[in-house]
Design a protein around this ligand. Structure first.
Ligand SMILES: Cc1cc2nc3c(=O)[nH]c(=O)nc-3n(C[C@H](O)[C@H](O)[C@H](O)COP(=O)(O)OP(=O)(O)OC[C@H]3O[C@@H](n4cnc5c(N)ncnc54)[C@H](O)[C@@H]3O)c2cc1C
Ligand SMILES: Cc1cc2nc3c(=O)[nH]c(=O)nc-3n(C[C@H](O)[C@H](O)[C@H](O)COP(=O)(O)O)c2cc1C
Ligand code: SF4
Length: 648
């Protein structure tokens, strides 16, 4: 049966849906994503943007939404954001809408004004952003905003209608109004950012006025039968923000005003709590949609926000909590999720675990994705996995993500691939990372790679260390080295004492750790190890010579650790020089003074590259992948593994 695997049936996700007058082929929507791939000067749609969204349509999403298009230059928030503010944009928008539809998805556009979070300089304007109330930014990358006048509000309302008209003329089949995230509409809805005393501030009816006027203007522009969706916050996660009950009331008001569907969203830039980090379990926010349903919302509701698991979405639709499954990051990681569900192979889904690494980057930087080396390069034929012209015997050393990805890709190209892992199972550091709090899903990523390696026909040899002699004996045509990092043991007195253990042994439960522990290291594995030990009731001190602890962790994630460490009283010292380890503890120099910490165990959590084997064998750089090249992240492991597999 289609859409069935291991007892999981995705019939609700895969059944047709309806928004207004339009039927969608399934209940899966790619949520809007500013990709920063449009023309920086004109905001015109580029081929790269088209290729990106076509990939989502090819992957089977029933609805593919284009990124928020700015309705006015003053409402532009990103350097390469798509423009919808001029009729000249229509031909480019038409090429995009047509390409999406040609690949079988419903094409939806989104209109957006980012209000007080704008960067007018990106549109060549020397002006301040506008918001309901003048305010200083809470986040340094934003600017102070000035209070918008009533005349300007009316103009922006009108411009939303104009932008929606352009979307319709370009052939988009529905329009999404962006009412979230602290942007223009939401800044009025949210009591924290709206302190106005006129008819646009104060009561919930007044704060909702802009939103309702925009819905009215859009409806007037697109006509009675054209589907309108509104993305609306269901919670602000902000002290001083609007209560959830108010958003439920606003959802009902918007339904009354004629929207055909609602997308329930969570949080804003300035939220006090995280909304989409890995500590939020898939499905956590569904109660918000359920509240809307219980309060009488009858139009279809959709929801993203860590809805990364098909089985969670399937159940939520089956139970009537939501009507459509929205995803942004999960479809960044794997655009082919819908197709894989349809074909009954959910085990082939490359899972987004909310590492927030490539997708949360400064506005000026290019986005990327840990799990998807082809992200943003969908039109680059050279990155497709195609049959190799010459079939080779390929030996891969190391069964972490880099080695597994290299082996998978090389095998899919038709090579005869053997993957050697010196340990007793594949996965490498993913198996260790997955034992730390809130990162359990990396175990599923490891499982995904193991499955793919097997399906691709790779021969796996466990418990065998690759040496120069083994390579000579096997005589492969190509060797790929992906042996991961080695522990970087600091050269200080006492480092070989019985009370000193390796981070790898601690995580693998192979080392005894006393009650009081010092972790030496400041990068992700040191921080997560400290967290794991603290969660087990140990008294932990994190010591690093780095100027900041947490290097390599996304700012969206590090904030959670800072809060947690403060709450549990985990001591973290940076800019410390390790001096010596004694029987009773560890001594560092900090700001020119020696400091001693009495601990039972010292965990060495610093690593370095591991190129010995590659150098002995004379392996070229292109075939050295992941942390053995330089200790970094899963991102570099997967991407370099993919490249090595393509070149093998
Ligand atoms: C606690 C912890 C937290 C982390 N946090 C993050 C994070 O938040 N985000 C992130 O992106 N990354 C994180 N990382 C790092 C990430 O796991 C690594 O960057 C990634 O696993 C590197 O992949 P790799 O394949 O290059 O090496 P590894 O995963 O180290 O795999 C190498 C494999 O090669 C095997 N091997 C070694 N020598 C040989 C040999 N001669 N022959 C055969 N096999 C051999 C090893 O046994 C191992 O299985 C973390 C790691 C840890 C331990
Ligand atoms: C890089 C990036 C760009 C985004 N761009 C938009 C956008 O243009 N319009 C919008 O409504 N939401 C935007 N969002 C929010 C996403 O659509 C989505 O709601 C959010 O990422 C949570 O869903 P997820 O867990 O499926 O990623 C963006 C999010 C990110 C990380
Ligand atoms: S970079 Fe990480 S969080 Fe972002 S989409 Fe890719 S897998 Fe998901």
């Amino acid at each position: 049966m289609k859409g069935t695997k291991e007892g999981l049936v995705f019939e609700h996700l895969l059944q047709p849906g309806r928004i207004g007058q339009i039927t969608t082929k399934n209940r899966i929507r790619f949520a809007p994503q500013i990709t920063n791939m449009c023309d920086p000067e004109t905001g015109e749609v580029t081929e790269r943007e088209i290729n990106y969204l076509v990939e989502k349509a090819k992957g089977g999403a029933g609805i593919v939404t284009a990124q928020g298009g700015y309705v006015q230059p003053l409402g532009k928030g990103y350097p390469r954001q798509m423009a919808m503010d001029r009729d000249e944009n229509i031909p480019g928008l038409r090429r995009l809408a047509t390409a999406i539809k040609d690949h079988g998805a419903m094409a939806m556009c989104q209109i957006m004004h980012v209000g007080r979070l704008a960067h007018p300089k990106y549109a060549g304007l020397d002006e301040m952003p506008v918001g309901p109330t003048a305010m200083e930014p809470m986040i340094p990358r934003f600017e102070p905003c000035r209070e918008i006048s009533r005349e300007e509000i009316r103009e922006i309302v009108r411009l939303h209608g104009e932008a929606a008209r352009r979307g319709k003329e370009a052939g988009f089949e529905a329009v999404d109004i962006c009412g979230i995230n602290g942007y223009f509409i939401h800044s009025f809805l949210c009591a924290w950012s709206n302190k106005r005393t006129d008819e646009y501030g104060g009561s919930v009816e007044n704060r909702a006025r802009v939103c309702l006027e925009i819905i009215e203007a859009v409806r007037a522009a697109v006509g009675p039968d054209y589907p309108i969706l509104l993305r609306l916050n269901a919670t602000d996660l902000k002290n001083g923000g609007s209560p959830e009950e108010e958003y439920t009331r606003i959802a009902l008001m918007c339904q009354e005003a004629g929207v055909d569907a609602l997308s329930a969203t969570v949080g804003m830039y300035e939220s006090d709590l995280p909304a989409i980090t890995s500590d939020i379990k898939p499905g956590h926010w569904l109660y918000l949609a359920e509240n809307w349903k219980k309060a009488g919302v009858k139009v279809p509701i959709m929801m993203a926000y860590r809805m990364s698991r098909a089985e969670v979405a399937e159940k939520a639709i089956a139970e009537g909590i939501i009507d459509f499954w929205e995803m942004m990051r999960p479809l960044m990681a794997d655009p082919y999720i819908p197709r894989k569900l349809e074909e009954g192979r959910p085990e082939d889904i490359a899972l987004c675990v909310a590492c927030n690494y490539g997708c949360f980057v400064p506005a000026e930087s290019a986005q990327a994705c840990t799990m998807n080396p082809r992200f943003g390069k969908e039109g680059d034929e050279s990155l497709l996995i195609k049959p190799a012209p010459v079939k080779r015997k390929v030996l891969v050393a190391g069964g972490g993500p880099a080695g597994m990805e290299a082996a998978r890709v090389a095998a899919l190209r038709g090579h005869e691939v053997t993957l050697y892992e010196k340990g007793d199972r594949l996965g490498g550091q993913l198996n260790l990372l997955a034992t730390t709090p809130n990162w359990e899903e990396w175990a599923d990523v490891a499982k995904y790679f193991v499955t793919q390696v097997k399906k691709a026909g790779v021969k796996v040899v466990l418990g065998r260390e690759v040496t120069a002699e083994l390579v000579e004996r096997e005589g492969p045509d190509r060797v790929i080295i992906a042996t991961g990092p080695v522990l970087d043991v600091p050269d200080v007195p006492g480092v070989h004492g019985k009370n000193v253990v390796s981070v790898f042994d601690v995580l693998a439960e192979k080392a005894d750790v006393g009650r009081r522990v010092a972790v030496w290291g400041g990068r992700h594995f040191a921080v997560y190890t400290a967290d794991k030990l603290a969660a087990r009731g140990k008294e932990v001190t994190l010591l690093t010579d780095l100027p900041k602890w947490g290097r390599g962790i996304s700012p969206t994630i590090i904030i959670g650790y800072k809060i947690r460490f403060r709450m549990i009283g985990l001591n973290a010292l940076r800019n410390a020089e390790l001096e010596r380890i004694t029987d009773t503890g560890v001594v560092v120099t900090h700001k020119g003074e020696e400091k001693a910490f009495d601990v039972d165990t010292v965990v060495i959590a610093t690593v370095r590259r591991n190129r010995g084997l590659a150098e002995r064998l004379g392996v070229e750089k292109d075939f050295i992948a992941g942390d053995c090249r330089a200790p970094r992240r899963v991102f570099s492991a997967v991407h370099e593994g993919y490249d090595a597999g393509l070149k093998a």
